[in-house]
Design a protein around this ligand. Sequence first.
Ligand code: GDP
Ligand code: MG
Length: 689
Amino acid sequence: MKAYSADHIRNIAVAGHGGKGKTTLCEAMLYISGASDRLGRVADGNTVLDFDAEEKRRKSSVSSAMAAIEWNDTKINLLDAPGLFDFEGGSAEAVRAADAVLIVTSAGSGVDVGTQKAFKAAEKRGAAKFFAITKTDSDHRSFYKTFDALKEVYGNKLCPTVIPHMEGNLVKCYVNLITGTAYAYKDGKAQKVDMPSDPAIADMTDAFMETVASTDDALMEKFFEGETFTKEEILKGMRIGVADGSIYPVYAVAGLTAAAIDQLLDGLAGSAPDAQNHAGEKVEYENGETGDLPCNESAPLAAICFKTVADPFVGKMSFFKVISGKLAPDSVAYNPRTGENEKIGKIVTVRGAKQEDTKQIIAGDIGVLTKLSGVKTGDTLCDNKNVLTLKDVDFPEPCLSMAVKVAKKGEEEKVAAGLQRLMEEDPTIRYTNNTETREQVLSGLGEQHLDVIVSKLKTKFGVSVTLEVPKVAYRETIRKAVEAQGRHKKQSGGHGQFGDVWIKFEPCDSDDLVFETAVVGGSVPKNYFPAVEKGLRECVERGFAANYPMVGLKATLYDGSYHPVDSSEMAFKTAASICFKNAMPKADVAILEPIGTLTALMPDDNLGDIMGDVTKRRGRVLGMGPADEPKMQELVAEVPMAEMGDFSTVLRSVTAGRGSYRFAFARYEQAPREVADKVIAERAAQKEE
Ligand SMILES: Nc1nc2c(ncn2[C@@H]2O[C@H](COP(=O)(O)OP(=O)(O)O)[C@@H](O)[C@H]2O)c(=O)[nH]1
Ligand SMILES: [Mg+2]
């Protein structure tokens, strides 16, 4: 590919709801622009962009994919985002690198959650917005129904640009309102046809002209005087409006048959913000000051790693968007996170799975550096004489956790190593060791996300694991103060063993055992105190009723006796543990369960259902009220962690994906009788096994 200057580069994230036709649309853009020689089909598993084995198996994108195409002397970097919420990490990556977001929905759809999420992500990033309404090829699909639904939400900023002329339920041709021409399509090839007389087109033309006029005072004046605009005026108005966020052009297309794709490409190349004027960003300098960094090829380097891939052949691939300066081979760049200088080796551009060597990546462009071991997603590379940090990728937090069971003994380390590699690629995965429940816990964005991780462990690293609901780390405590004796006496041949203690156990407010002594007259010699404490600590670790660690316990050693010859540290340690066992049955031992604070966001209409669900989970609602976002409610509640298992799945299904939540440990609380009984019974059953 030839070299393009930043004003001839467009970085476009293609985002929206899963299954609406994003990948297919990108394939059509690749095909029509000549970047691929056949039109790939998701269903046939032969697309350029869904190249991953997991994507072929599922016939759906699970990660972001990139391909650069050329159109009208412009380089368009397409970033195809996965639509399913479980793979939202990939969408975050794509949007991070984009200057514009092409939001894809299909003819006949309402405003789905994926559309809203993509729109919100674009707003947050300050990216321009385009809409493509695809799948206009098949029968009974209405572009106009979808357009009206979008209009209800996004109002007059919606700018119909290419619209279909329908006869019955079929699209006959596509009308371009910029040029005022109509085209029919066969095998992706456009043929100019006469402008049909269609009242829908007349209405849309008015709407189009008014929206374009709104971008510029001079145009508005012309519009009111009933004058027509020149093509140049329209294009200029669109460019201004798209860049400042006052208009969102809408294109009718059909990815599967590659219809009207050339017009969409014209639109992206013609009115999407160019990297030169848009790619500048906010940065934070070493001294904490912030500033605006314009896109400037000759300035010092600033580049953000927005995506990482562990390629089986190439090794590690780090995707960069260069904001300022350029990345050139055999140069050195500084990583402020690690404080290390990284040597830049090979640079490539990618088209799906294919790589092509390239000389450099200039400000405004996107490219891939290989084998940068010290760089991870979210890192900035810069000049070591001008240290700065760019904004990280806005990844969602993992919300579903499962315990990992390794199928074959001895493969634990292979699993950990495999997950380590997968986490490099996907920062929405977490893998932690819960020392208390002795479980390895895998966290991600949902069931399908975890399912893909398990499948990748198998296919990429050859290890099998299953997932189970993680164990809950319960605690025990006592509710009554008791005193007890522990006497250990053994006479076995020569030397005997003797230790004898009286200890008072009482509830207190501490996670750790509080050990005190109040021995008078040396009934237990001082040098045995540490042994008594050690014996008690071991007991507290093991618990009593269900073998969970005991908290909130104070033990005071106040009496006992010893033998000048037979007493030993060992004997007193044993005596302490006998004392603990004697005391606990009378101390009213209770089970404590961990409670977390839940903060959930959901549409107004779902508040009742989610409250009902939270109550069923033994949750206590602490408060609720309108959230920062319109038509959304925030619910705050305290819920036992043991009950949260499938909350993410329920919230997603009740709110059709609109809901989101955070959940964090708050404290331990006494578990109700039934729960405690169940926990104790489970432990007993485990011991039998
Ligand atoms: N009829 C028709 N089907 C399409 C079109 N675009 C995509 N599809 C189908 O819709 C499904 C989802 O498409 P895909 O591109 O994977 O959607 P994505 O999840 O948004 O990337 C596939 O079965 C496609 O064949 C289109 O323009 N027309
Ligand atoms: Mg896709």
